[in-house]
Design a protein around this ligand. Structure first.
Ligand SMILES: CC(C)(COP(=O)(O)OP(=O)(O)OC[C@H]1O[C@@H](n2cnc3c(N)ncnc32)[C@H](O)[C@@H]1OP(=O)(O)O)[C@@H](O)C(=O)NCCC(=O)NCCS
Length: 117
């Protein structure tokens, strides 16, 4: 299973990947890596600028994910900042992702309310 959710932070938009899970009986067959590759292909085709996640760098690093600089973004609940990773699709996209991460719909509604005020 792999899921992605549209998120926003500051002026940035991205997809958050997770959960990623493979049934225990099918582990270590390359399914997890393939699911991540399919997710990245889908994100690129959808025109998304970046994919971020909370996960193990030793697993996701070889799949193209890098640590997000400490303090750049925060999550609604506490997470280990060293587990915040991203894969940039559009160069420079990650620099726009700043502050607390929320669902993209929440950011869109807040912008609409601000425009009405
Ligand atoms: C993590 C998970 C998705 C990997 O799925 P998978 O199909 O077994 O992964 P792959 O076959 O593509 O890759 C297996 C390799 O990744 C390594 N690996 C698995 N989990 C790892 C981790 N957390 N950190 C580092 N390496 C990891 C395995 O040791 C194996 O290494 P090898 O190729 O050198 O033998 C699966 O173990 C799982 O469902 N785990 C429980 C849920 C979870 O932790 N999800 C990730 C949340 S961040």
């Amino acid at each position: 299973s792999v899921r992605m959710t549209r998120i926003a932070a500051g002026a940035g938009r991205a997809l958050m990947l997770g959960p990623l899970a493979v049934r225990p009986a099918y582990k270590n067959l390359g399914i997890g890596r393939r699911l991540v590759a399919i997710a990245l292909e889908a994100a690129t085709k959808a025109g998304m600028p970046a994919v971020m996640l909370v996960g193990d760098e030793p697993y996701y690093g070889p799949l193209g994910f890098k640590r997000i600089p400490r303090g750049q973004i925060s999550m609604p609940r506490p997470v280990d900042p060293d587990r915040l990773l991203s894969h940039e699709i559009v160069p420079g996209a990650m620099a726009r992702l700043v502050g607390e991460v929320c669902h993209a719909d929440q950011a869109r509604i807040a912008a609409q309310i601000a425009a009405m005020a």
